[in-house]
Design a protein around this ligand. Structure first.
Ligand SMILES: CC(=O)SCCNC(=O)CCNC(=O)[C@H](O)C(C)(C)COP(=O)(O)OP(=O)(O)OC[C@H]1O[C@@H](n2cnc3c(N)ncnc32)[C@H](O)[C@@H]1OP(=O)(O)O
Length: 390
């Protein structure tokens, strides 16, 4: 396998966007990343696009071809473009496919992008579209939505480990604090623990401020073989590892719903591939679709002991300046969660941090970063490790 680097990145604004279509969003991200890399369109060998549910949100399927067309890569260049779907992990998986295509020697310059436009349908329709990421026969048909499924995880975590609503709230408070410094974030307002605890109940014990919102947005990164990366940029960021794992799609089939085994295994595979461990990671973007999800993620990836995620968050260990900064971008909570784009947005954040370009949310001296992207209630997990050093 060849070593692989990221040479260009771009996020669109995240949030409700009346004035941009689905295709406008992904083209803006793709063209922005190509410009950031300074690479000519003719050099692009292939494209992988994460998208969960274009059919349900904007009635558009056949998304790979659409995006190649509107990016100007289809008509004369005929660049192959592949849609990748793994629910909310679609973006992370698109990055993994792009990584493989460069690492294998098949392609040199590859775009990995992600896009979702979720606000064009009513919330109830968005909710049922998202519920398609769960087990339709055993969960969806019984009325389970993702706030409901993660609420069960939260309840069990509280029961087993004494995690409190205040500790859950602190995840949202931290991520909104970080999000105020991210110009693309949907929510750039700070909030307090009291505001979270008095916000409207969605699925007990999760309140509206415990949830990631419904969001439009797109993100893109450009990959190249490490050997030629310096021809395009002075600050290539190397992808040291990619780990993926699957688990049962239904929550009730798991041995312990407070641990997402797919996260544990994807993390372990990535650590082994990079030859690194949790202590070597300077910052991590984890999949905080709900506040409890961040607590499970930092435990499952080995940053804190099982059951101590809530306490570590309350003690400031996961804040910028803390022992292991988590979700410096603002996470899914404050940036928003356009599901197909999220996994790529996480990579953009880590690249900006490792380049030293993260402004007021910069982690001083960051050299190694991680992304963790989850589909469903943990049926798919994708973990990547990035380094500024080859
Ligand atoms: C593996 C996975 O990733 S699973 C996760 C997949 N994603 C999800 O399940 C999405 C979860 N979130 C949701 O379903 C929705 O955001 C909900 C149910 C929490 C809220 O939706 P609605 O009740 O329709 O809220 P609505 O859009 O009417 O917004 C009401 C207000 O709250 C604000 N708001 C809505 N959601 C959020 C949020 N998550 N955080 C902060 N503020 C929010 C809105 O901006 C709005 O404010 P305004 O009145 O000042 O304009």
């Amino acid at each position: 396998m060849r070593e692989v680097a990221i040479i260009g990145v771009k996020n669109t604004l995240f949030g409700e966007q009346w004035d941009r279509s689905f295709r406008d969003l992904v083209v803006e991200a793709g063209v922005g990343a190509v410009e950031d890399a300074g690479v000519a369109g003719e050099r692009i060998d292939s494209m992988f696009v994460g998208n969960m549910s274009g059919g349900q949100f904007v009635e558009q399927e056949h998304i790979g071809a659409l995006i190649a067309d509107y990016s100007g890569l289809a008509k004369n260049l005929h660049v192959p473009s592949t849609r990748v779907e793994a629910a909310c992990a679609s973006g992370g998986l698109a990055l993994r496919q792009a990584f493989y295509s460069v690492a294998s020697g098949m392609d040199d310059i590859v775009i990995a992008a992600g896009v979702e436009k979720m606000t064009d349908v009513p919330s109830s329709k968005a909710s049922s579209a998202l519920a398609a990421a769960a087990d339709r026969e055993w969960e969806g048909i019984m009325g389970a939505t993702f706030p409901g499924l993660y609420a069960m995880i939260a309840r069990m975590h509280m029961h087993k480990y004494g995690t409190t609503s205040e500790q859950l709230a602190q995840v949202a408070v931290k991520n909104h604090y970080n999000g105020q410094f991210n110009p693309i974030a949907q929510y750039r307002n700070t909030i307090t623990v009291d505001a979270v605890l008095s916000s409207i109940m969605v699925a007990d014990p999760l309140r509206i401020f415990d949830c990631s919102p419904i969001t439009d947005g797109a993100s893109a990164v450009i990959l190249a073989p490490a050997d030629v990366a310096h021809e395009y940029t002075d600050t290539p960021i190397y992808i040291k590892a990619s780990g993926q794992a699957s688990d049962t799609i239904a929550l009730h089939d798991r041995r312990d719903i407070t641990t997402l085994d797919a996260s544990v295994v994807a993390g372990r595979r990535a650590y082994e591939m990079a030859g690194l461990g949790p202590k070597d990671i300077d910052l991590v973007e984890v999949h905080d679709c709900f506040t409890i999800a961040e607590i499970c993620a930092i435990e499952d990836l080995g940053f804190v002991k099982k059951g101590e995620g809530g306490k570590a968050t309350q003690q400031g260990e996961t804040a910028i300046g803390g022992r292991i900064p988590v979700n410096t971008s603002g996470g899914l909570k404050a940036c928003g969660h356009p599901v197909g784009a999220t996994g790529i947005k996480q990579a953009v954040e880590i690249v900006q941090q490792l380049r030293g370009e993260a402004g007021k949310r910069q982690v001083d001296g960051a050299e190694v970063g991680m992304t963790h992207n989850v589909g469903g209630s943990g049926a798919t997990a994708v973990v990547h490790i990035f380094s500024r050093n080859r």
